[in-house]
Design a protein around this ligand. Structure first.
Ligand code: DQA
Length: 140
C-alpha cells in the first residue's frame, strides 16, 4: 500500500509557528513519527509552498499511489485547483489539520477540500496524521 503524504505552505516552518495550534514538532519529526507507526504502509512525503506544484504532485499520484494524506494548509480555504486535482484521484483521500480548523477564525471554515476527501482528522496536532494513517490501515 503506497501512501503519499502532502503538506502545503508554511508547514515546512513547523517549530516556528504558533505552538498552541500546531504543536512544537518540526515537519521532519512528524514524518518520522508516522514512519515509526505505519510499518505495513509505504509512506512518501512531499511538501510545497506552491499551489501548482501540489496540483502536479497529485496528478502524478493518480496512477502511482493507493492513498493520499493531505494537509493543504492555507490552500484548504482557497484552492479550487487542489480540489479538482484531488477529485480525479481514485484511491483513499484523507484531509488532515494539526489545529481545530473549524473552531478558529471564520475564514478557516471555508473549505474547498473536505467534500472530495473520504474523511477529515483535525485538532490533534501530530496525531491527526496518525489518525489518517490508522484510517488507511483499517480501510485498505
Ligand atoms: C492548518 C490550518 C490552516 O488554516 C492553516 O492555514 C495552516 C495549517 C492546520 O494544519 O491546522 O497552515 O492546515
Amino acid at each position: 500500500m503506497k501512501v503519499l503524504v502532502i503538506n502545503g505552505p508554511n508547514l515546512n516552518m513547523l517549530g516556528y509557528r504558533p505552538k498552541e495550534h500546531y504543536g512544537a514538532l518540526t515537519l521532519d519529526e512528524i514524518n518520522n513519527y508516522l514512519l515509526e507507526n505505519s510499518s505495513s504502509l509505504e509512506l512518501n512525503f512531499y511538501q510545497s509552498n506552491y499551489e501548482g506544484d501540489i496540483v502536479t504532485e497529485i496528478q502524478k499520484a493518480i496512477n502511482n499511489y493507493d492513498a493520499i494524506i493531505i494537509n493543504p494548509a492555507a490552500y484548504t480555504h482557497t484552492s479550487v485547483a487542489i480540489r479538482d486535482a484531488l477529485e480525479m484521484f481514485r484511491g483513499i483521500k484523507v484531509e488532515v489539520h494539526l489545529s481545530h480548523v473549524d473552531e478558529r477564525e471564520d475564514f478557516r471554515r471555508i473549505n474547498y477540500i473536505r467534500d472530495v476527501c473520504d474523511i477529515t482528522f483535525s485538532g490533534r496536532q501530530k496525531d491527526s496524521y496518525l489518525d489518517a494513517v490508522n484510517y488507511i490501515l483499517n480501510n485498505k
